[in-house]
Design a protein. Structure first.
Length: 106
């Protein structure tokens, strides 16, 4: 498998980050990654096909939110939470906290 590009978090613009998080499926992926250290591509329980999931993971990766690590024939997805929080203090934590509060308030 070819190596995947991971942009430097310093090169990520805030609108790119917010646009990546604006999609409900991508936001759900990020929430799931926040709860676990890493998830393989086949380990996500989302209501989309595998090809659509691959697209969403690519958007998140290119927005600087994910790091994908090749492990044999699997790809492990990790949230770059600390890096994003350093670049945009409080943005990701606020978004995820509000998503969690919205779920518990329902």
């Amino acid at each position: 498998m070819r190596a995947l590009e991971h942009p430097s978090v310093d090169s990520v613009a805030l609108p790119t980050l917010l646009q990546a998080l604006a999609d409900p499926v991508r936001l759900d992926i990020v929430c799931k990654l926040m709860q676990r250290e890493a998830i393989t591509c086949g380990g996500f329980d989302v209501p989309v096909s595998m090809s659509t999931l691959s697209h969403h993971l690519k958007v998140l990766r290119m927005a600087g939110l994910l790091r994908v690590i090749q492990e044999g024939s699997y790809r492990r997805n990790e949230l770059r939470y600390d890096e994003i929080e350093t670049r945009f203090p409080g943005v990701l934590s606020s978004i995820l906290r509000n998503v969690h509060e919205g779920v518990t308030a329902s």
